[in-house]
Design a protein around this ligand. Structure first.
Ligand code: FE2
Length: 374
């Protein structure tokens, strides 16, 4: 609840105070632009009806009234709008900017082998039938960037059922669903019995697939275990100079292993938003191309930074190991969590199927479920 509201700076802003001690200023131009009245936002879909050109540069607050649960603002040029106190509290921007690059928001919990001994999981039937269980499983995906699913069945194609829980399959040149199993003369090193270093998938795409699902149909080999690594945790442990180099210069990724496919992307290993938020990790030894965007004077340092990041990613302390059994799957946030496979002995059979999907659908489904249960 708001306890005080004052016009400040000749009407260019208001200063508000809440009963819980919070205080914040809001600009007149911001309030006018984001007003909630039906002339500013369509009542049905909430979409904006005005553009920034409808908000004059000299917009001021002519008068302000503290109401029971919000404020009523009269602007000049004249327009009247009310703002609920809770709505304003959820949109406070009057605070110090984060000073340390690489921060992440409150929904993300970084983990390592000690803090995440078991990857969270649920049964597919439960996720389909129980919306609270689906909400909690999606929330675990948002928090940790990885989650397991059991009870999928071993028939080909079922991996797409997991994407359908929260969104849509993203089809690529590998198909809607792709196989990962040992084959002679493979297009991709994933299709061998070699161990695969921890990686994010397809950094050579732009935009990169933001979710990957991997389902196990057969696994009777020795070895062939799965490993996941929190790339955000590895970035946090990196020294500041190395972090600045991997975030500050683009890397190059490419895949040209199939006829008619020449995929290339220029993105940093550690991608930051303009406010320093860590938004993505891209790491894939198989598809790393020669870096050509690092100045000569920084290249040796850049390689040292790559070496240090690789050592963190390969470290046992960050590696969470598990074995996916037939009928099980795991899902990773492909902009954060790296996955790896230990080498396996040919002779048995190991058949995984994967598909890509996207985080926007996952977060949208989660937000909808959270609203319903609020
Ligand atoms: Fe992969």
């Amino acid at each position: 609840m708001l306890t005080q509201a004052d016009i400040i700076e000749d009407g260019r802003a208001v200063a508000l105070a809440w009963a819980d001690g919070r205080q914040a200023r809001f600009h007149a131009v911001w309030l006018r632009d984001n007003a909630l009245d039906p002339a500013t936002r369509a009542p049905g879909n909430g979409q904006r009806l005005i553009s920034v050109l409808d908000v004059p540069a000299g917009t001021r607050i002519a008068s302000l009234r503290l109401e029971r649960d919000g404020i009523e603002v009269t602007f000049a040029p004249r327009h009247v709008a009310t703002f609920p106190s809770g709505w304003l509290a959820a949109r406070i921007y009057d605070r110090d900017a984060p000073s340390i690059p690489g921060w992440t928001g409150p929904d993300i919990v970084r983990w390592d082998a000690a803090s995440l001994p078991v990857v969270p999981g649920a049964d597919l039937a439960t996720l389909r039938a129980d919306r609270a269980a689906l909400r909690d499983w999606l929330a675990a995906m948002r928090r940790f960037g990885v989650a397991r699913v059991r009870g999928l069945g071993c028939e080909p194609g079922h991996v797409a059922d997991i994407a359908a829980l929260f969104g849509f399959v993203r089809e690529t040149n590998y198909g809607r669903v792709f196989d990962v199993r040992a084959v002679p003369d493979p297009n991709n090193l994933a299709d061998t019995n070699l161990g695969l270093q921890a990686h994010t998938d397809n950094p050579y795409r732009d935009p990169v697939p933001t979710v990957q699902v991997l389902a196990c149909l057969e696994n009777s080999v020795e070895g062939g275990g799965s490993i996941v690594v929190d790339g955000f945790r590895a970035a946090e442990l990196l020294d500041r100079d190395s972090f600045a180099l991997l975030a500050g210069f683009p890397a190059r990724f490419e895949y040209t292993g199939s006829r008619g496919v020449r995929l290339r992307a220029k993105r940093p290993v550690l991608e930051l938003g303009p406010d320093g938020e860590l938004v993505a990790v891209r790491w894939n030894n198989r598809s790393a191309a020669a870096p050509v965007d690092v100045p000569y004077a920084r290249m040796e340092g850049y390689y040292e930074a790559l070496r240090r990041f690789a050592a963190l990613i390969e470290s046992a302390a960050l590696s969470v190991r598990f074995r996916v059994e037939p009928g099980e799957a795991f899902v990773v946030d492909n902009m954060r969590v790296l996955h790896a496979r230990t080498a396996f002995v040919s002779g048995g059979r190991r058949w995984l199927q994967g598909c890509y999907a996207d985080r926007d659908g996952l977060f949208s489904t989660l937000a909808t479920l959270e609203e319903q249960s609020a």
